[in-house]
Design a binder for this molecule. Structure first.
Ligand code: B12
Length: 222
């Protein structure tokens, strides 16, 4: 099992989707994300283990190599594609349509920021645990959020940012919401943000991972 998880991490790093994928050339014909996840699920390995010990492990290596100039944007895009594909497969393990909906949550990556893998992971975990997610996508400003809040009843908003520049836009979004009299709680997340930063910008909650946010929703807003 550990070997399969390690192979999965390598497939994320290399952006290898399935055995037919031509990328990377040196892995032609070998198992990709699709085959490895299928094998892991047949062994009854929980999705959480597949995500944490396979997918995220691979993405961590991508992050380190990108930081050190050993991987470049095109490589990272292949990894991101493989990661999002893997999450699409695992999503089917969470039969959200059979659960009673606990409430709606808006998720968005803030203005100027195009990173969506973390947000998509949060979405998958929330949906799999009975929350309906309104995914506003990436590069989202306060206007778009306020418009959505006018149309539908939402229990919480989750904002994601991956850049030290764009995390500052979270502050503006929270200010705009409060200035418009909107009291819906705002949670923030993403690699560069912290509990301290959340306090500084008057966010209601910070979690380094989706499960912390899920606990917050289940315990406070259910
Ligand atoms: C993949 C990636 C990209 C891909 C994104 C593809 C996509 N579809 O998302 C591409 C190639 C497009 C990209 C582009 C850029 N990137 Co980039 N990227 C990354 C990389 C390698 C991985 C990010 C990732 O997906 N991690 C995996 C996910 C699962 O982790 P996560 O997002 O942190 O999410 C977890 C938690 O934080 C939490 N979470 C996330 N959101 C939320 C929200 C809530 C509410 C909650 C509760 C929790 C939560 O849950 C998740 C699971 O635990 C990081 C490196 C890194 N170490 O993070 C660099 C990184 C973020 N990128 C970086 C940079 C510089 C850029 C570019 C500016 C590069 C350039 N020169 O153009 C552009 C910016 C584009 C833009 N405007 O956004 C820097 C940022 C540096 C900084 N200090 O700001 C990093 C850190 C790389 C580095 N070390 O230099 N990037």
């Amino acid at each position: 099992m550990i070997d399969l998880l390690n192979q999965l991490a390598i497939c994320i790093e290399k952006g290898k989707i399935n055995s037919q994928s031509k990328i990377p050339a040196d892995m032609a014909g070998k198992d990709g994300v699709e085959e490895l996840i299928d094998k892991l699920l047949r062994l009854n390995i929980p999705s959480k283990t597949i995500i944490e010990d396979g997918l995220l492990k691979g993405m961590t290596v991508v992050g380190e190599k990108f930081r050190d100039g050993k991987l470049f944007i095109p490589n990272v895009l292949f990894s991101a594609k493989a990661m999002n594909h893997a999450m699409d497969i695992l999503k089917k393990q969470f039969p959200s349509d059979q659960l009673q909906i606990k409430g709606k949550v808006i998720l968005a990556t803030v203005k100027g920021d195009l990173h969506n893998i973390g947000k998509n992971l949060v979405k998958m975990i929330l949906e799999g645990n009975g929350w309906e997610v309104i995914d506003l996508g990436v590069d989202v400003d306060s206007e778009k959020i306020i418009q959505k809040l006018k149309e539908t009843d939402v229990k919480a908003i989750g904002l994601s940012a991956l850049l030290t520049t764009t995390m500052l836009n979270m502050k503006g979004i929270i200010e705009d919401l409060r200035n418009n009299g909107i009291k819906v709680p705002v949670a923030i997340g993403g690699a560069p943000v912290s509990k301290k930063f959340a306090e500084e910008i008057n966010a209601d909650f910070y979690s380094p991972d989706p499960s912390g946010f899920l606990d917050y929703l289940n315990n406070n807003l259910n």
